[in-house]
Design a protein around this ligand. Structure first.
Ligand SMILES: Nc1ncnc2c1ncn2[C@@H]1O[C@H](COP(=O)(O)OP(=O)(O)O)[C@@H](O)[C@H]1O
Ligand SMILES: [Mg+2]
Length: 375
């Protein structure tokens, strides 16, 4: 005779964070926020850190050391016990390996919450690993993650879907190494100031605002510190307006939040790394943004259309420019946006009636509802 258990097992969530990208510390901060807020009555949490060298380790279930503070960038301890996720459709158990101890199993993982930003985490590589392991995970799959990470292919997809993007050029590694004078010549016709960016980075790392041709070469070199592929864009004069998107349940359309605005002042020429994480006094995050309803609706429409154009799943934040001449352009999509309780994505949902712990529940529920394999 089978009996319903008195207390059904809570789904086990592996909160994965850290990683090999330059946004390691930002990812740790996000994980700290989630570990603090996640409803332990509903979810059985296993924190897994990915060290800067790529090693997966069992992390302490403690948000304290994960916070970013002036002079302190948190980091996953590479020497903690290793964790293995088997690459098999028959086995979803986590194994812990500690020096001098026999391997021990942590039991099955039901869903992974990959809180990684940047390459080797947000870009489809980790998602590919989880596909191979046949484990459910929060957020976009391989293709949407990869295209969303790449500021070049993101624009190719958006433009093909009829979404408005600003003028830009790409300088590939080969073009730069073959003839940098010729590569710089391809930028003629773009109006200054220009934004020179690594194609696949985030948190404004490696981005330079360039006011005339004399600054271009150094800016390309700075971007290439992060990615051999560089994107150069015309600077847009206007406001930065963002919208949070959540996948719908079943066959429902994606949901969009109220739109928010990032307003940067002080010494920052744009929303740079300092402004994002260290000089919060110089930035106003406003939600809802004080914007005419027509423009706010247009941003929301573009946000949902961008999500669908890339085939995103779970969540994404879509960042737009509302230009002073009235145009609304898509700047970028983030398939794993900043996700601390103070980050724009959760704040936009909070302003729209979904608080941070409920948002975490919603994302995990969406991930558990979806099937593994091709979707
Ligand atoms: N084409 C542009 N015109 C005006 N400002 C820009 C442009 N591109 C980037 N910026 C500024 O730089 C910031 C970071 O650029 P973004 O493309 O969003 O990179 P990241 O992925 O690092 O966030 C933006 O939030 C904005 O302040
Ligand atoms: Mg951005």
């Amino acid at each position: 005779m089978s009996e319903q258990p008195q207390h059904p097992r809570r789904p086990r969530v592996a909160v994965v964070f850290g990683g090999r990208s330059s946004e390691h510390a930002v990812s740790c901060a996000t994980a700290g926020g989630v570990l603090r807020a996640i409803d332990r009555g509903k979810w059985d949490v296993v924190p897994i850190g990915i060290a800067k060298d790529g090693r997966w380790v069992l992390a302490a279930d403690d948000p304290e050391p994960l916070a970013i503070a002036p002079g302190h960038l948190p980091e996953v301890d590479p020497d903690a016990a290793a964790v293995l996720v088997p690459l098999s459709t028959r086995d979803r158990s986590l194994t812990v390996l500690e020096a001098g101890e026999p391997p021990r199993t942590l039991g099955d993982v039901d869903v992974v919450l990959p809180l990684l930003h940047g390459p080797f985490g947000e870009d489809g590589t980790l998602q590919g690993y989880l596909e191979l392991a046949d484990v459910r995970y929060v957020g976009s799959g391989v293709l949407a993650s990869a295209a969303g990470m790449d500021k070049h292919y993101m624009k190719v997809v958006f433009a093909a879907a009829g979404l408005p993007v600003g003028p830009y050029r790409v300088i590939t590694d080969r073009a730069w190494r073959a003839d940098r004078v010729a590569a710089l010549a391809t930028l003629e016709g773009l109006a200054y100031p220009l934004f020179v960016k690594p194609a696949r980075a985030g948190s404004s790392m490696g981005i330079t605002k360039v006011h005339d041709a004399s600054g271009l070469e150094a800016a390309v070199e700075a971007a290439r510190e992060h990615d051999p592929k560089v994107v150069v864009e015309e600077g847009i004069v206007g406001r930065e307006i963002e919208c949070a998107v959540l996948e719908g349940h079943g066959t429902d359309a994606p949901r969009t939040s109220m739109v928010g605005e990032i307003a940067v002042h002080g010494a920052h020429e744009f929303y740079d790394f300092e402004a994002k994480y260290l000089a919060e006094a110089d930035v106003d995050l406003r939600c809802p943004a004080d914007l005419p309803a027509e423009q706010a609706d247009e941003v929301r429409r573009l946000a949902a259309a961008s999500f669908e154009a890339l085939g995103c799943e779970g969540l994404a934040r879509v960042d737009c420019f509302v230009a002073d001449d009235g145009r609304v352009l898509v700047n970028e999509i983030n398939t794993m946006p900043g996700f601390t309780p103070f980050s724009m994505y959760p704040r936009m949902w909070a302003a729209s009636g979904l608080d941070y712990p409920s948002l975490i529940d919603e994302l995990l529920t969406l991930a558990l509802e979806r099937r593994t394999g091709l979707r």
